[in-house]
Structures are given as C-alpha cells and as structure tokens.
Design a protein around this ligand. Structure first.
Ligand code: SAM
Length: 278
C-alpha cells in the first residue's frame, strides 16, 4: 500500500499555535520532510517528538520530490513542514504535491497558521475579495511592472516582504499605487506583534526601524476603470472597430472585448459569427 503525504502547518511565531491534529500526525508519520531540519528540530524538541528528518528546500525541491515520492510509493507516510506556517504558501510544497497527484498518492492538509490570513483578518481592509501576491521580485524593474499590473485592481492586495526591504517596497507602492490605506502586520503571534494602519505616507514616517517579519495588506483601488466604462457604452460592432483601429487581429479583439465586458470570449465569438453577413 502507498503511504500518505501530509502537508502540516506549523506556528509562525508562537510555538503554542500548533494543532492537536498536527502533533498527532507528526508523531505518527515515518518521516518528516522539512525546509530547514535544524529549525524544525527546535519545534520537534518542544513537542518531544523524535523522527527521521529529510531536508526539502526550494533549490532541491525537484530532486528531493523524487526521493520522497519513492518512499511514499514504498508505503512510508510523510509529513511535509516548512520553517513557519503553511507549506506551499511562499514556501516549498507545490512540486511534491504535483508529483504525488501524478503518482496517485493520497494527500491531506493539516490546517494551521498562515501569516497572510491572520494579517488580513486584523487589517480592517476588505477581506471578502483579495489577491495574495506573496513576495515581489527583488529586481526593481520586475517589482514595478508587477505593481503596475495590479494598480487598477479593486480587490485587496497582500504581500510578504523581508524587513530590510519594507521601506523601499512601500516607497515603490506609493509611487505606483498612490497614497493608499495599508496595514503592516508585524511579528504576528510574537511578543512584538503590531498592526500599523494608515496611509502609505504616514506609515513610511513610522517605519524607520523595521526589524521583524511583515505582511503588507494594501487596499484595492477605489477608482473605476474609466476606459472600461466607456467601452461598455458602445455597441459590440463599435467596440470591435475601436480595437480594429488599433491594428489588432480578430482573435485579440475578441479576447479584449470579452475581458472588457466580463464575459466569455466564446460568447463574443458566437455573436460576430452569427452577425457576420447581416
Ligand atoms: N508559509 C508561510 C505562511 O504560511 O505564511 C510564509 C513563509 S514566507 C517564506 C515568510 C514570510 O511570511 C515573511 O517574510 C513574512 O512576510 C511572512 N511572515 C511569516 N511569519 C510572520 C509573522 N509572524 N508575522 C508577520 N509576517 C510573517
């Protein structure tokens, strides 16, 4: 019989934030695959658990996935943990899950801490609809491009960031997204837990010393997309000609119209097919 792969969430600061089920699974599996074995050993010592550990970090995810899949095929049960929080969320995990699915191996999540969920629920910013972006690129050009791509989004935006880059990232956000409401969730579940809420400019003045771990929650734009509103006042033929005048081909025009009208491109395609010879 094949083994089972468990993706076990671990604390993001306070060691007491581990579930009873997570402890049970960690005690019962044959192997624990960990992002950093020394880091996980501290948690296991705290929980009084002794298990064989195998390291599984981003740079070796592919190779280690193969090794772990072979062990699962041999019937071993494996728990995957990252340094903190939920595996697979800005942490290794995705690769082994894909491989396990391809090999018909049973996978179970063991729910628990995740930094961005806890930052979001205390942010005071819309938690109904959001986009989790995770870490922005360390390359300035790519970072700006990503923010440009997100600037017209009215859903809440969620970022992870390293402490030494908080100020430069906030400056970049101010430049591209404007002076929006944000919440910096700092050191969640630790002694210095803090939620800093306000406009980016005010917060930049308060964050000279940026020690600790941060999640940045950014309010979505309140601006309506004026171009989209205008295009939606046009007939479908006028909308088509608008893009045709910009020298786009038929396929691209259909795709754009569908996006502007929040509909499926097949609906638009069928419309023009039916009305072609009228
Ligand atoms: N897998 C983790 C999770 O479920 O949230 C995220 C791991 S990611 C490599 C680490 C980033 O998560 C940090 O740079 C920080 O942005 C955020 N983070 C982790 N722990 C945090 C905490 N206690 N308080 C605030 N942010 C935290």
């Amino acid at each position: 019989m094949k083994g089972i792969l468990y993706l076990v969430a671990t604390p993001i600061g306070n060691l007491e934030d581990i579930t009873l089920r997570a402890i049970k699974i960690l005690k019962n599996v044959d192997i624990i695959a960990a992002e950093d074995t020394r880091h996980t050993l501290k948690l296991l010592n705290y929980l009084n658990i002794k298990k064989p550990l195998i390291s599984y970090y981003k740079e070796i995810e592919k190779v280690k996935s193969e090794i772990l899949i072979n062990k699962l095929l041999d019937g071993k049960n494996i728990a995957l943990v990252s340094d903190a929080g939920t595996p697979g969320i800005s942490d290794p995990g995705e690769e082994i899950v894909k491989e396990a699915i391809a090999n018909n191996i049973e996978i179970h999540p063991i729910p628990g801490a995740c930094a961005f969920i806890n930052a979001l629920i205390c942010s005071g910013i819309n938690s109904k609809e959001f986009i989790f972006v995770g870490f922005l690129s360390t390359n300035n050009k790519n970072k700006k491009e990503k923010l440009e791509e997100l600037k017209n989004e009215n859903k809440t935006l969620i970022f992870y960031e390293a402490p030494h880059k908080i100020n430069s990232t906030l400056k970049c956000m101010l430049e591209i997204l404007g002076n929006r409401n944000i919440t910096l969730a700092r050191e969640i579940s630790k002694i210095h837990e803090e939620f800093i809420r306000g406009k980016i400019e005010e917060i930049l003045e308060k964050t000279q010393d940026t020690k600790g771990e941060y999640v940045i929650i950014v309010e979505g734009t309140s601006k309506k997309d004026e171009k989209k509103e205008f295009l939606n006042t046009l007939s479908l033929e006028e909308h088509y000609n608008y893009y045709l005048n910009q020298k786009m081909d038929n396929k691209e025009i259909i795709k754009r119209i569908a996006k502007d009208r929040d509909t499926n491109k097949n609906v638009i395609y069928q419309y023009f097919l039916k009305n072609k010879n009228k």
